[in-house]
Design a binder for this molecule. Structure first.
Ligand code: THU
Length: 132
């Protein structure tokens, strides 16, 4: 784990402080590092209409993609207990970066998993399956 990786975890912890999670009280922060080194932060944003909620990982991803960035190296995701990305977030990240490095940590910076997205979403469905 390099100092750049540690900085990514710190950026995710920082983002978690902006989480809007009044219903679950489960605060999530994400920091997605693009191939050019730019870091996009995200936090979960809940809604009184519960399914409208968006996860921290997808907030970070849509911020990047909507700015024209589509190549990523790593994402750090932090919660109080080392929760891993939900299936919807895994799928959305897989679209752009099946080999993305996932660093799952807690608010103290303790790392629970440090692996590739393709290991968390085995045999994932991606854009190549729609080529014809
Ligand atoms: N959550 C995330 O932000 N990322 C995940 O991958 C798992 C779940 C959020 C959604 C909701 O605000 C809260 O955690 C509880 O599910």
């Amino acid at each position: 784990m390099t100092s750049t990786d540690r900085a990514l975890i710190d950026a995710a912890i920082d983002a978690s402080r902006r989480a809007y999670a009044p219903y679950s009280n489960y605060f999530v922060g994400a920091a997605l590092r693009a191939s050019d080194g730019t870091v996009y932060q995200g936090c979960n944003i809940e809604n009184a209409s519960y399914p409208v909620t968006i996860c921290a990982e997808r907030v970070a991803l849509v911020k990047a993609v909507s700015e024209g960035v589509r190549e990523f190296d790593a994402i750090a995701v932090v919660t109080h207990n080392g929760g891993s990305p939900c299936g919807m977030c895994r799928q959305m990240l897989f679209e752009f970066a099946p080999n993305l490095r996932l660093i799952i940590a807690d608010f103290e910076g303790k790392v629970y998993y440090d692996l590739r997205l393709s290991e968390m979403l085995m045999h994932g469905f991606g854009p190549s399956k729609l080529e014809h």
